[in-house]
Design a protein around this ligand. Structure first.
Ligand code: FE
Length: 228
């Protein structure tokens, strides 16, 4: 069995919002699909260990913000690599409270959905929540983020065999050493820098400010190790 076959499945990237009473939480998920259209029904698969799982179980509602392709890594990291148990992830994020009273992230969002859970399936480590739509809006035109794009382009994990990778190296003509975050696997590529944090392309890892943080998970420089 070659599990790499699974990598060929296409996904998008979403912020899932949920609530428990007045408490709100959000997390990144790539597992939203439309299940049927009459009535419009979607599903999302959530890890049982996540706070969002507890919240959706409790309130039986969830929201889906469909992220645009130009969503900054820091935004995805905020929802993806931190726990709602430690921080209020919607603090300093544009959002609104929907018809379900659950939060809907609006930053970097092309469109959103709100659903009421009508069924759930125990899938071992995860639960698949099936929800009927109660609201849906398009916010703006744009290209949605795909899981593949996020991994290959945004996180810099383009395989070294990829033609695009080889050409980039030739053009710049420098020996650029990449560093990988041991927490989230983000790869710092000196050729690209970290423009979102004001780090210009061409900045070697060694010359990053000491207080520079992983744009995805917020880990410090000492959590990084050299990539061969
Ligand atoms: Fe990281």
């Amino acid at each position: 069995m070659n599990l790499k076959a699974l990598y060929q499945i296409s996904y998008g990237l979403y912020v899932i919002g949920s609530r428990k009473g007045d408490r709100r939480n959000g997390q990144i998920a790539n597992t939203v699909i439309q299940v049927s259209s009459e009535p419009p029904t979607i599903s999302v698969c959530i890890n049982k260990g996540n706070l969002s799982h507890e919240f959706i179980k409790d309130s039986a509602v969830f929201t889906v913000s469909i992220l645009s392709r130009d969503t900054p890594l820091s935004f995805i990291g905020r929802f993806g690599f931190k726990s709602g148990r430690d921080v209020d992830k919607f603090d300093s994020v544009n959002y609104k409270i929907g018809e379900t009273q659950a939060p809907i992230a609006l930053d970097n969002t092309l469109a959103y959905l709100e659903a009421r859970v009508i069924n759930e399936v125990d899938a071992g480590t995860h639960t698949i929540f099936i929800g009927e739509l109660v609201a849906a809006e398009v916010i703006r035109e744009g290209e949605p983020m795909t899981y593949a794009y996020y991994h290959q382009v945004k996180r810099g994990t383009t395989p070294k065999t990829a033609p695009v990778y080889i050409e980039e190296r030739k053009e710049v003509g420098i020996k650029a050493v990449k560093y990988k975050c041991t927490v989230c696997e983000y790869v710092y590529d000196p050729e690209k820098g970290d423009p979102e944090s004001g780090i210009a392309p061409g900045t070697p890892f060694e010359e990053l400010p000491e207080d520079w943080q992983c744009p995805v998970c917020g880990a410090g420089k000492d959590e990084f190790e050299k990539e061969d």
